[in-house]
Write a protein that binds this ligand. Structure first.
Ligand SMILES: [Zn+2]
Length: 423
């Protein structure tokens, strides 16, 4: 019988060529073997050899119907195993969990092999202290596992996405101003709590990974994702690869020093983009000019929409500095598209005019051909990004050691489903 262990073992031990073949099928499928050969530059024989164990493990199907439905035979031109039949991934052969950690809540999703969301869970949190948050993240993981029911046996990876400076290889959140964390060993804490290995990733990079494999990156060699809201973030995808940086930090446009030294950032530095354009900075600016209380970004948005000059000025200043930061990204990396997303896109009208004007003023030459598109945003998008990062970690063999989330045949059901109490 095929188990998720077969599929995970195959991925864990796959050669670089096999990883390339699987990644093409995952992101571009269904594809004929001839197309896979063309895309990878491998021979047809090498493709046939690489695909056969993927089909045997249930990761990939080479019939027109989903594997296991029993309706795939006898269709005349799609006989099982026939080289000409297209190959594609079997969506539910592997399930990954993605969890996004915010100061006020934790959002988790379970996704299939095509990044489709199967179930989701939200948990409101009050205490953002590290120990309490570890408990809450573990609780969300357990809820997702419960919601999956029998499908939890197919869990093969988990990733937690956090804003800030994240050491993915070491599983350490080096600095997260939004959460108030410094040098927190989140990976190790969750591993001891859940009994499985957990990848830790920067949240914007996780979003970029999802776009890289399942979104705009499928048809675009170079793009950037810019997030606006409580933080100002940026994920970079250059010449077909997600930019990770030598030390795990890249694309931190929120901390480009593009404003006056008078503005102090949440990171402690002065003059950062986020110190003017982040939600809390906008609220502060509007509140300081108002006799009436301005408690939240919603209040600031309402005042701007009502025509209050100080509120309009705060959003104008934010739009200008974000547009300047995007021009900086365009001048440095030359993306074809910049996708703007994040919670503040709901009120993007307040930023748009100044943002585009600043981009136009500062983009150099043909870098200005870059299209700026606005993407509606849900908080589940962040969690879905983390789930995509979990899958990418599995495919690219980023889980260290031997104890991945995949249950071994002697340890069933899945570790998450069976570890309801702290260990
Ligand atoms: Zn900063």
């Amino acid at each position: 019988m095929r188990t998720v262990t077969d599929a995970v073992d195959l991925l864990r031990t796959a050669s670089p060529a096999a990883v390339d073949v699987f990644t093409r099928i995952l992101t571009r499928g269904p594809l004929s073997r001839t197309d896979v050969a063309r895309l990878t530059g491998l021979s047809q024989a090498a493709i046939t050899k690489a695909v056969a164990p993927m089909v045997a493990a249930g990761l990939v199907a080479d019939r027109h119907e989903p594997a296991g439905t029993g309706t795939g035979s006898g269709n005349g031109n799609g006989l099982p195993g026939r080289p000409a039949s297209p190959v594609r991934v079997v969506p539910e052969s592997i399930i990954t969990l993605g969890i996004k950690v915010n100061p006020g809540d934790i959002i988790g999703v379970a996704t299939d092999l095509t990044a489709g969301i199967l179930v989701s869970a939200h948990l409101a949190v009050v205490d953002t202290g590290f120990a309490s948050m570890v408990d809450s993240i573990a609780e969300v993981a357990r809820r997702l596992s419960e919601l999956l029911g029998e499908r939890a046996e197919r869990l093969a990876g988990i990733c937690v996405a956090v804003s800030g400076d994240v050491d993915t290889a070491g599983g350490v959140v080096r600095e997260s101003a939004l959460l108030g964390w410094a040098d927190e060993p989140l990976g190790a804490a969750l591993r001891s709590r859940l009994g499985v290995e957990v990848l830790i990733e920067n949240d914007v990079r996780a979003l970029t990974i999802a776009e890289h494999w399942f979104g705009v990156g499928v048809g675009t060699g170079s793009f950037a994702i810019v997030t606006i809201g409580s933080g100002i973030g940026c994920g970079l995808h250059v010449n077909g690869e997600v930019v990770e940086g030598a030390f795990g930090v890249a694309g931190e446009i929120g901390h480009l020093p593009l404003t006056s030294e008078q503005y102090v950032c949440t990171c402690g530095r002065r003059g950062c983009v986020e110190a003017v354009a982040g939600s809390s900075a906008i609220v502060r600016a509007v509140a300081s000019a108002q006799p009436t209380p301005v408690a939240s970004i919603d209040d600031a948005v309402a005042l701007a929409h009502a025509g209050e000059p100080a509120a309009i000025e705060a959003f104008d200043r934010a739009g200008t500095v974000i547009g300047t930061a995007i021009a900086t990204v365009a001048n440095l990396t030359g993306p074809e598209i910049v996708v703007i997303t994040g919670e503040a896109v709901a009120d993007y009208d307040l930023y748009d005019q100044r943002l585009r004007a600043a981009f136009g003023a500062h983009a150099f030459g043909a870098a200005g051909n870059c299209r700026i598109v606005i993407r509606p945003h849900t908080f589940e998008d962040w969690a879905r990004g983390a789930a995509a990062a979990a899958l990418r970690g599995l495919v690219l063999q980023r889980y260290a050691g031997v104890s991945s989330i995949a249950p071994t045949s002697s340890r069933r059901p899945s570790p998450l489903a069976s570890s309801r109490e702290p260990v």
